[in-house]
Design a protein. Structure first.
Length: 100
């Protein structure tokens, strides 16, 4: 196991994240995270001085359609399908400030 992470570290983060982990889950997670950290350390040890930095491994191409003005939907037709239109707008029930 790595000395970079301990079961106490995992238990503390689990508590902060409000995760109720059993001791077995904490132990298993500690081993999994330690393995990941060891793998990252192996990658950090590689000599990458000759490797060109890049943001994407493949060239990106814009796949969006052309921005063309098109007619929109008819307001009265759309509001006719709404369950409770009000003053030419959609009526949306409030969700903030309601007691649960």
């Amino acid at each position: 196991m790595s000395d970079r992470i301990t079961t106490a570290d995992v238990a503390k983060v689990a508590k902060l994240a409000r995760l109720d982990l059993t001791p077995d889950e904490i132990e298993r997670t500690t081993h999994q995270l330690a393995g990941m950290l060891d793998h990252f350390a192996d990658m950090d040890a590689l000599d990458l001085s000759d490797v060109q930095p890049m943001t994407q491994p493949y060239p990106l191409q814009n796949v969006l359609r052309a921005d063309v003005v098109q007619p929109g939907l008819d307001r009265d037709e759309v509001l006719a399908a709404a369950p409770a239109p009000e003053d030419g707008r959609f009526r949306v029930p409030p969700i903030i400030g309601l007691d649960s």
